[in-house]
Design a binder for this molecule. Structure first.
Ligand code: ADP
Ligand code: ZN
Ligand code: ZN
Length: 822
């Protein structure tokens, strides 16, 4: 133990949900070297080691606890910028979570090595053993015996505690990887290719080579095939080469063995297409030009601008122009999309303009890939000047952001639900922009009530609109079909009305594509017994199991529990079982039966689990290898398909009847967005919406495109019933295995809060699904009027929560706080 008398300390964020940051002692030399944003390995608890992030350096001896020394310094320069740290502080304060939780969400896992991390050899590791240190060599050797090792096991093998510094270079050189299971799932596709060895380059080399091969006509043929294939690049894929020259694997191998070909495995960047000339010029339409000019005017005196442009009005092209200007200034741009499914289409489109300056970031990348992108952004690399990503890309180490775009800003998936930090990416983006002195564009065809309110009523954002589709294509014709009437008059086949069927036939006959929307996956949400009425429920959750026919399974959509379907009722053994309700799987089946000649595919959570599975479906649809695409809301978000003529919504009712104050707003957005996929380029599209309530106000507003009317009606209701945008909401959820404890705890907490906030405390109330993964849930909602201090409200909630958790009875109850609850 070194002497700690010289009083040099650092405060660090540990990747743990701790209420405060901890101080550690450092030597004077370390103190002079360390700056905020550098990682250090520190001991914590009895015997654990964590990677922590330095928040500040100081010389005030902590008195509350015994200070430990750090183990080692892991970085030479900061991996997190100070502007980022300020953003993280804001997130932790605003969303009432700890900095440790923000750190865990923000930093790629592989940068957060800890005792429990698991390491393994990278599947594509390339290294020379001679370059390894003794310790590193021991680690690799150990991994040959035992492919997955915990970091604390490595500590034991090396007989030392301070091993993060040994591991770090191995991770950075892609020799080892952490948390291997992810890497396996999303292994990048590798293409085996060959190049000609350098000594045979040029005319003379070639002559020499052909001489050398004089005995084998076949090998010469392969070489000639290589030349005709290798026009622009030296690398030729082995499969192309085999096809062209009719060569066998053994013949190719012999050329490799003779050192004539050099073998390569290159990662196939599925987004790279041939002939991708950077085409710098798009000509904006007069409307787009005006909108662009208006946005620039707005930015002269406002930091954010809402771009309200109908579907297919060409918002993306306006973003492109704005990004171009930012790049000219040498700044970075961040383009947020709500759904990973959207990134690839967008990347393809943007590559046309920005070539290799684009990077993509989202949760389906492997740990090492994430570290690579992190480091490129950190270095402000040319290759990541424009980052397209899901909400977590807000955490990347930008140093010089000029523009943030939040596309489809109304999307609820921008709000992180679980775990903490429960941040809203749109709102956090605006704060991040402010910290960088950058601007934010919020784009949508159906803005959230909050954003439209902020623009139009509060004057907080600027407002620019595009009311026409690009190329003057007319917005689709939306027809409401009354299901009550159709069933009564027997005009239904399965879940398809005669109107929908005839429109599908029409589109198919014109070789136009069709999208069918049903916002529920699986075959049917309920399987029930006709004799006794029993429905199988999840053993862990208070919800019935969804029937998945294809897998012959009953599955829980809350906890992923699954069980094989039995042919008889679990309660009375009757075999008379029936399904109620319907999901995408059933619609796909009915579609196949009704239109046997059509090519039908499905896009929902069940068909898109792999890293590239979205892309595959989307690309097949784009290439017209699919006629009818059945899907959930995944289909609604911003996808740009050229030949979709018809969109069918099988049942709009569960969207209307959802028990949530945002249900009608969401219903409007979802139906307008899914309708917006129809008729984007040439002919006018057609939309059929089937419902038992076709006269419902919200459906009438959808069918006549009356956003403003929807807004006025919804805000009227929200004002009366005290909801956003007039009141802020903080939701407090209690969770515990024991029903009574949750019940009593919720009453205790609600009573304590009511003493301060009176009638603005709602509940406690059990949510519709009150038990998930064996935990009972109960909610309390705190409403905050505009003139009440948000900070003081949070302080009270914090205090009440702490005294709640300090009672013995309630300490084990989990209390989850969700600010601006969605
Ligand atoms: P939005 O994002 O508003 O829904 P998009 O940006 O996807 O609309 O544009 C709709 C379609 O119109 C796209 O296929 C796009 O390529 C095309 N488009 C829009 N603006 C232009 C333009 N200025 N020049 C050429 N094509 C355009
Ligand atoms: Zn039964
Ligand atoms: Zn369950």
């Amino acid at each position: 133990m070194q002497q700690l008398s010289h009083n040099f300390y650092i405060d660090v964020i540990l990747p743990l949900p701790l209420e405060r940051n901890f101080s550690y002692a450092v030597t004077q030399a370390e103190f002079e070297f360390i700056q905020p944003g550098i990682r250090v390995a520190v001991p914590f608890g009895k015997s654990k080691v964590y990677t922590a992030l330095v928040l500040k350096c100081h010389r005030n001896t902590p008195t509350a606890y015994e200070v430990k020394s750090i183990h080692s310094i892991l970085d030479e320069t900061a991996v997190v910028h100070s502007v980022q740290l300020r953003h993280w502080l804001w997130i932790s304060e605003y969303y009432m979570c700890t900095l440790g939780e923000v750190l865990s969400a923000a930093l790629p896992n592989a940068l957060l090595l800890q005792s429990e991390s698991v390491i393994s050899v990278h599947p594509h590791a390339k290294f020379d053993e001679c370059n390894l240190s003794d310790d590193q060599y021991l680690i690799i050797e150990a991994l040959e015996q035992e492919p997955r090792l915990r970091v604390d096991a490595v500590q034991a093998i090396l007989g030392k505690k301070q091993i993060f510094q040994v591991l770090k270079p191995l991770i950075e050189a892609n020799i080892i990887t952490t948390n291997q299971e992810l890497v396996h799932k999303y292994k990048p596709k590798l293409l085996r290719s060959v190049s000609l060895d350098v000594k045979f380059k040029g005319e003379k080399g070639l002559e020499e080579l052909l001489n050398q091969l004089y005995r084998s006509k076949k090998l010469k043929e392969i070489i000639l095939a290589y030349f005709s294939l290798s026009k622009d690049s030296e690398l030729v894929s082995v499969s192309d080469l085999k096809k062209m020259s009719n060569a066998s694997s053994a013949q190719i191998k012999s050329l490799i063995d003779k050192f004539i070909f050099e073998e390569h495995f290159i990662e196939v960047d599925r987004l790279k297409l041939d002939g991708f000339a950077i085409e710098k010029s798009i000509t904006l339409s007069p409307e787009q030009t005006e909108a662009l000019a208006n946005i620039k005017t707005v930015f002269e005196h406002k930091e954010a601008c809402l771009l309200h442009g109908v579907t297919s009005s060409g918002k993306t092209e306006i973003y492109v122009k704005m990004i171009e200007e930012v790049l000219k200034e040498g700044q970075q741009a961040l383009f947020l999309v709500p759904e990973i499914a959207l990134t690839s289409q967008l990347v393809l489109r943007l590559k046309h303009y920005f070539g290799d300056q684009i990077d993509v970031y989202h949760s389906r990348f492997s740990p090492n890939e994430r570290v690579e992108i992190w480091n490129r952004v950190l270095k402000n690399s040319e290759n990541s000047r424009v980052v397209i990503g899901a909400r977590s890309s807000l955490f990347l180490p930008f140093s010089n952001l000029g523009l943030l775009i939040v596309d489809e800003e109304h999307e609820p998936s921008y709000k992180q639900f679980d775990p903490a930090p429960r941040y809203h990416a749109r709102d956090a983006a605006i704060v991040l922009a402010k910290l960088h002195g950058a601007k934010t564009i919020l784009g949508s065809a159906t803005p959230s009530i909050e954003s439209y309110f902020n623009a139009k009523k509060h004057n907080k954002y600027g407002y620019v609109s595009l009311t026409k589709r690009y190329n003057d294509v007319v917005l689709p014709d939306i027809e409401l079909v009354d299901l009550k009437d159709k069933y009564k008059r027997k005009r239904m086949k399965g879940h398809f009305s005669d109107r929908l069927i005839s429109e599908i036939e029409q589109s198919l006959s014109e070789s136009q594509q069709i999208i069918l929307f049903q916002n529920r996956r699986g075959y049917a949400p309920i399987l029930s017994c006709n004799t006794c009425g029993h429905t199988p429920e999840c053993p862990n959750c208070d919800v019935s199991l969804t029937y998945h026919q294809h897998a012959n399974q009953l599955r829980c959509h809350y906890c992923s529990y699954g069980t094989v379907v039995k042919n008889e009722c679990g309660a009375c053994n009757s075999v008379d079982l029936d399904t109620k309700g319907f999901g995408t799987e059933q619609i796909q089946e009915e579609t196949l039966a009704l239109f046997p000649d059509a090519k039908v595919a499905r896009m929902d959570l069940d068909t898109t689990r792999g890293k590239y599975s979205y892309d595959r479906i989307i690309q097949k649809f784009e290439r017209k290898e699919i006629d009818i695409l059945v899907g959930t809301q995944m289909l609604t978000k911003g996808l740009d398909f050229r030949d979709v003529k018809l969109v069918g919504v099988l049942n709009a009712d569960h969207l209307i009847n959802f028990p949530d104050f945002r249900a009608h707003e969401r219903c409007y957005q979802l139906l307008q967005q899914v309708s917006g996929r129809a008729g984007r380029t040439k002919t006018r599209g057609k939309v059929i919406i089937q419902s038992y309530n076709p006269d419902h106000n919200i459906l009438q507003q959808v069918s006549s495109n009356q956003y403003v009317k929807m807004f006025e009606e919804q805000t009227y209701q929200r004002r009366i019933y005290k909801y956003p945008p007039y009141f802020r909401l903080i939701k407090i959820t209690l969770k515990h295995r024991d029903y009574n404890r949750v019940n009593e705890g919720a009453t205790w907490l609600a009573t304590a809060l009511s003493q301060v906030f009176g009638p603005y405390v709602l509940g406690p109330e059990f949510p519709p699904v009150s038990r998930i993964r064996n935990l009972y849930h109960k909610n309390i909602l705190v409403k905050i009027p505009e003139d009440q201090s948000l900070q003081k409200t949070k302080d009270v909630i914090h205090r009440v929560k702490n005294s709640f958790l300090s009672t013995k009875l309630f300490r084990p109850v989990r209390v989850v706080i969700n600010v601006d609850n969605y």
